[in-house]
Write a protein that binds this ligand. Structure first.
Ligand code: PMP
Length: 373
């Protein structure tokens, strides 16, 4: 994917990356200078596994907006949200344990869970995400240890689980003692509608791990994310993190902390969201304009992705070759499924391409799809 994106003449809807113009380069450059001047000997030294204390406090305050009651003791700074998935699997799962996943789900999560040799079991989703009754049925049938879920503007579908379902998921998980890994890096990229409390906010039994990240709202290159979890679970994650990377980069943590605590995040996020909302609208308009009859797609209220479903007979992995010839790229659906299904689907990222490229790329993709119909 990244190799394809590097080819200058390809219009890529493949990555999940922020627009290069949405990265606050100048502000971070000035902050880095100041941090190295005033605290250089601390940030360039080793530090503790838990992360920078003031950043942990800031996170505990921030997640209150998602309904989560937390203190510094619940927060663990991660080297990206991705590490939260890895550490949760490493700390809490044994080979052969069952994990429930949505179909489709975040493809890297599938890869991570594979390395821990767990069993993959499906939980049914519709256009409002996980169906709670199906979650309970799957618990009774498969006796899973964990549910992995991306509840807001899911990667890859853009679907969001509504509040009542979140409450039900937390309640069912608590009742059966199933851990919920709530991977929520897109919640702050909302373009329409009101924010919804997280699944963790409804957790009364201490079973939900809430993972999020600064990748999509500030910078993915700094590699800073966090987990907020019941203390006992958080401590186990910290323990396994120690063997992985000692701690997250001090300089990255300080940059994120200063950026957020000095009030730079809100105006930055407002401007980023404004652009992404316009890009989402342009993407949906382009699909309407160029995609043939018989193609369906999601209408996300936020995030970075639209999920496209083609007629059954079209295999998007095959379609990729024709698309590459016309210099347009997407991710085919199959890698987002742990059971090799989803052949006729594809993920479209709308945040990275410029407005002109969005229109031109969707026109090319429309032609490729029409040829395959
Ligand atoms: N979870 C989901 C659902 C994602 O889409 C991503 C990024 N593509 C991540 C986790 C990992 O992001 P990061 O490690 O950069 O925070």
């Amino acid at each position: 994917m990244f190799t394809l994106m590097d080819k200058a003449d390809i219009i890529s809807f493949a990555g999940g990356v922020p627009s290069p113009y949405a990265l606050p380069v100048e502000q971070l450059r000035e902050l880095a200078d100041e941090i190295l001047k005033t605290a250089g000997r601390q940030v360039l030294q080793y530090s503790n596994i838990d992360g920078y204390g003031p950043l942990r406090d800031w996170i505990a305050e921030t997640v209150a907006a998602r309904g989560i009651k937390a203190t510094r003791d619940n927060a663990l700074i991660l080297s990206g949200g991705q590490q939260g998935i890895d550490l949760s699997a490493k700390a809490l799962l044994n080979p052969g344990d069952n994990v429930l996943l949505e179909r489709p789900t975040y493809l890297a999560a599938i890869t991570i869970f594979k390395t821990y040799e767990v069993g993959f079991r499906p939980v049914r989703s519709d256009d409002q995400g996980i169906v709670p009754e199906s979650f309970e049925e799957a618990i009774l049938r498969y006796k899973p240890k964990m549910l992995y879920v991306v509840p807001t503007f899911q990667n890859p579908t853009g679907v969001t689980i509504p509040e009542e379902r979140r409450r039900a998921i937390a309640e069912i998980a608590g009742r059966y003692g199933v851990i919920v890994l709530e991977d929520d890096p897109y919640a702050q990229l909302r373009y329409d509608g009101e924010p919804i409390p997280s699944i963790a906010s409804f957790d009364t039994e201490g079973v939900v791990i809430h993972v999020s990240s600064f990748s999509k709202i500030v910078s993915p290159g700094l590699r800073v994310g966090y987990a907020v979890a019941p203390v006992e679970i958080r401590d186990r994650l910290a323990q396994v993190k120690q063997t992985t990377d000692f701690h997250t980069s001090n300089l990255s943590q300080r940059l994120i902390y200063e950026f957020c605590s000095r009030g730079m995040l809100e105006p930055h996020l407002d401007s980023v969201k404004q652009t992404y909302k316009a890009k989402r609208d342009a993407a949906l308009k382009g699909m309407e304009k160029y995609f043939p009859e018989g193609v369906r797609w999601t209408h996300p209220d936020g995030g970075l992705f639209v999920w496209v479903t083609l007629p059954e007979h079209i295999d998007t992995s095959e379609l990729m070759k024709a698309a590459a010839e016309r210099k347009v790229a997407f991710i085919p659906g199959v890698p987002f499924y742990f059971d090799e299904t989803g052949k006729n689907s594809m993920r479209i990222n709308f945040s990275n391409a410029s407005f002109e490229m969005l229109d031109e790329g969707l026109s090319r993709l429309g032609a490729v799809i029409r040829d395959a119909m």
